[in-house]
Design a protein around this ligand. Structure first.
Ligand code: NAG
Ligand code: NAG
Ligand code: CU
Length: 169
């Protein structure tokens, strides 16, 4: 009886830690402009970006007709001036997947004449998973050996408390 209760508590604690670890590690794939638009002349990209958060490991995909648009990654100056002269890279497959690997700002625009000036430009702020503006928090290692990001620390403490309470039984 006692052993079965302990086993149940351990199972619950492990499940909590595992689900928190999965959430912390999840990467997201975004289709730029979706679901209401794509990479086009109508979408308000400032608004689209404001409704989302981007983290290292996420992907963004530019989907468009290759006859109508392209994708040029530029620096801040190029973004501000709508100039692809000093571009970082250029894409024109119509389905361009960009990996957001590092923290920091990424700038993209459509290089076709007039499109950027009409608003076809997007600025993506790749941010840490938790509120820290520069560095990610140090990982926390649980009793079970799972590494959990700072965001899940509360749930991890609950799980540790559950395991710890067994000492009194
Ligand atoms: C990002 O794109 C790469 C290459 O297409 C793919 O291997 C990876 O699984 C994608 N990541 C996400 C989170 O979709
Ligand atoms: C990107 O920059 C290179 C020079 O570094 C230039 O030759 C190329 O035309 C530019 N691409 C676009 C799409 O403007
Ligand atoms: Cu365009």
């Amino acid at each position: 009886m006692e052993i079965r209760r302990r086993a149940l508590v351990i199972a619950v604690a492990v499940a909590v830690v595992a689900s928190v670890a999965r959430v912390a590690a999840a990467a997201t794939s975004y289709t730029v402009g979706a679901p209401d638009g794509l990479w086009d002349m109508q979408t308000d990209y400032a608004e689209w970006v404001a409704a989302r958060t981007f983290h290292p490991g996420d992907n963004i995909t530019f989907t468009y007709s290759r006859e109508l648009h392209d994708v040029v990654e530029v620096g801040k100056a190029g973004y501000d001036a709508c100039s692809s002269a000093n571009n970082v890279s250029a894409f024109r497959s119509g389905n361009d997947v960009i990996s957001l690997t590092a923290l920091g700002m990424r700038y993209f625009l459509c290089g076709l004449t007039g499109h950027c000036d009409s608003g076809m430009k997007i600025r993506i702020d790749v941010a840490a998973t938790t509120a820290g503006p520069t560095a990610a928090p140090p990982p926390t290692t649980s009793a079970a050996g799972n590494t959990v990001a700072g965001a899940g620390r509360g749930a991890l403490l609950v799980a540790q408390a559950l395991v710890g309470s067994m000492a009194f039984w």
